[in-house]
Design a protein around this ligand. Structure first.
Ligand SMILES: *[C@@H]1O[C@H](CO)[C@@H](O)[C@H](O)[C@H]1NC(C)=O
Ligand SMILES: *[C@@H]1O[C@H](CO)[C@@H](O)[C@H](O)[C@H]1NC(C)=O
Ligand SMILES: *[C@@H]1O[C@H](CO)[C@@H](O)[C@H](O)[C@H]1NC(C)=O
Ligand SMILES: *[C@@H]1O[C@H](CO)[C@@H](O)[C@H](O)[C@H]1NC(C)=O
Length: 514
């Protein structure tokens, strides 16, 4: 019954019926009947409506606050709402009055939700979903938050996640954190939202915000994007600053957009990419950024002449016949749009790459997690915990605050055993002889695989990838199509993903099935 009413309400998204007369280039057009739905609106739609004085940032924030209070009790995509969000909206509306139209950055006055690992120096807490960090005070905004504020974005709040970005334990439930509870997949409520950036994906999917930021070490942007029918962009490691983000490992961590459309993701990427003196990896990576940014690669003909490698083994063995058929038709679409599809390629050692134990990814990451997390905790101005050991003690001391699943402490005995070094060399070798060799030998622009199953291929080498909605299975559960490539190939990936998205337009709003 509850579900029934959700379906009804969600189809009734607040509609703003707006009438206005406005100037358009040299001519003047009269719109007597302009219908604008904030729910599914893109950044570009919203910008246009704001520029035409049909919408204010305050109205936008009020809409999302309403949707969060209506839906978040069920979905648990949001941990905290920013008490200053309306003030920031008013400031944006005021600033806009004194500026020439078109002179403001693309995200000006646009609300964004941040995964709860991304530090903000404001009234919001930054806790990775754990009560152990509640009350901690960060020294400064994260590098990406600094850039978002410069771009005029409104920090709407913090999004839920798998606690500690999935480093709570080996079998902790995806999308669960003690502070948020269990995040729900808005398409099929009983299904996983996947993690660890579950809250950002849930929230943009259910129209609780315009855009969001997640983080990925291995699959944490791509997998929830796939399961929630949204676009996830995992940038080359270092293209976006990790400073001020609760870490797993700087070798693989990257911060990227989770949005409803490729163009929204690109607007966010343009705002956050670039040098930050607090993350040295951003210095070399900033040379990848094309002059003028990534917006000009939103090209509907972007697939023409692109060489795309299809890797079926083992990815097609595990997805079921229905999905195989859907992907065959997508490959047809890619060809029709001018791509050269190079089929049945193999990634050398793929079975090792996909097995975190065999590849050394688990050993390396676990060793690096302790060092990186301790460094983050030591840098806090105020904190109830200063080390991984303190967090383990906290979890043992307050089990009722920690919820179901194994405690972070269950892995504790291992942290000191692994040096990780041998594993890191091995991972480099797996990338060189794996993805890099495949791309070079076949002169590929990108590799195509179903869902986010190939995330380890891109994780271990710091490579970029983008996932776009590709369909819904017989239960109504979404899945995506993944395009990945070599470091710095974001421009190509964006062209490919945008052309595919524009030709297929698969995303539809969630239906809240039980
Ligand atoms: C107003 O908009 C609705 C919905 O788009 C449309 O069906 C209708 O024809 C429009 N009316 C006028 C007068 O343009
Ligand atoms: C941050 O946590 C404190 C508890 O330590 C709480 O009182 C406060 O409301 C939280 N901030 C927000 C914005 O929810
Ligand atoms: C993964 O690798 C480990 C160690 O090499 C091995 O014991 C295990 O069976 C592998 N798992 C799978 C699913 O192949
Ligand atoms: C890298 O991989 C190749 C091919 O598997 C192997 O022959 C070589 O010994 C490896 N090198 C290192 C340093 O592990």
């Amino acid at each position: 019954m509850a579900v029934h009413s959700f379906e009804r309400i969600s189809s009734l998204f607040l509609f703003f019926i707006l009438s206005s007369i406005f100037s358009f280039g040299a001519s003047t057009r009269t719109i007597t009947n302009y219908t604008f739905s904030i729910g599914e609106a893109t950044v570009k739609d919203i910008k246009q409506s704001i520029e035409r004085n049909q919408l204010t940032s305050r109205q936008l924030v009020e809409f999302y606050l309403g949707e969060i209070s209506r839906l978040n009790g069920l979905l648990k995509g949001v941990i905290e709402v920013n008490p200053d969000a309306l003030l920031q909206a008013d400031a944006a509306d005021k600033e806009r009055k004194c500026k020439l139209p078109g002179s403001l950055p693309d995200l000006h006055g646009i609300p964004i939700l941040l995964k709860d690992t991304i530090a903000t120096k404001d009234k919001l807490n930054t806790t990775a979903g754990s009560f152990a960090l509640l009350g901690s005070v960060v020294p400064r905004d994260a590098g990406v938050v600094n850039k978002l504020r410069q771009a005029g974005a409104i920090i709407l709040g913090k999004a839920s996640l798998s606690e500690w970005a999935d480093f709570r334990s080996i079998n902790a439930p995806a999308g669960f954190s003690p502070r948020s509870g269990q995040g729900k997949n808005p398409y099929v409520l009983s299904a996983t939202p996947c993690g660890s950036s579950s809250g950002p994906a849930i929230s943009v999917a259910a129209n609780l915000v315009t855009v969001s930021l997640g983080t990925e070490t291995d699959g944490s942007i791509l997998c929830p994007a796939s399961f929630n029918s949204v676009v996830g962009l995992k940038p080359t490691v270092g293209l976006t600053s990790r400073a001020g983000v609760i870490p797993v490992t700087p070798r693989q961590d990257t911060i990227g957009p989770i949005c409803r459309t490729v163009s929204d993701a690109v607007y966010v990427l343009d705002a956050i990419a670039g040098f930050d003196s607090n993350d040295e990896a951003t210095r070399p990576a900033s040379y990848y950024i094309p002059p003028g940014g990534y917006k000009r690669f939103l090209n509907p003909y972007g697939l023409q002449g692109k060489r795309l490698g299809v890797v079926r083994d083992p990815f097609f063995k595990t997805i079921g016949l229905g999905l195989v058929q859907t992907f065959e038709s997508h490959f047809e679409t890619l060809r029709r749009l001018g791509a050269i599809v190079v089929d049945n390629l193999q990634i050398y050692n793929i079975d090792v790459i996909l097995n975190v134990t065999a590849s050394g990814e688990a050993a390396a990451t676990i060793a690096e997690f302790k060092l990186s997390l301790n460094a983050y905790l030591e840098d806090l101005e105020v904190s109830p915990v200063r080390s991984l050991a303190d967090i383990i003690t906290f979890n043992l001391k307050f089990p009722d605050l920690v919820g179901p699943g194994n405690l972070l402490g269950s892995r504790s005995h291992k942290w000191d055993w692994c040096t990780g070094e041998g594993s890191i060399i091995k991972l480099g070798n797996l990338s060189k002889n794996g993805l890099e060799k495949l791309m070079r030998d076949n002169e590929l622009d990108a590799v195509v695989t179903p869902r986010s199953d190939a995330s380890a291929v891109y994780a271990i080498g710091g490579f970029p990838a983008i996932i776009v909605p590709a369909g819904y299975d017989s239960q109504g559960l979404p899945f995506g199509i993944l395009f990945g490539g070599l470091k710095g190939s974001e421009s190509k990936l964006i062209e490919i993903a945008y052309a595919f998205e524009q030709a297929t337009m698969i995303r539809k709003p969630p239906s809240f099935k039980p």
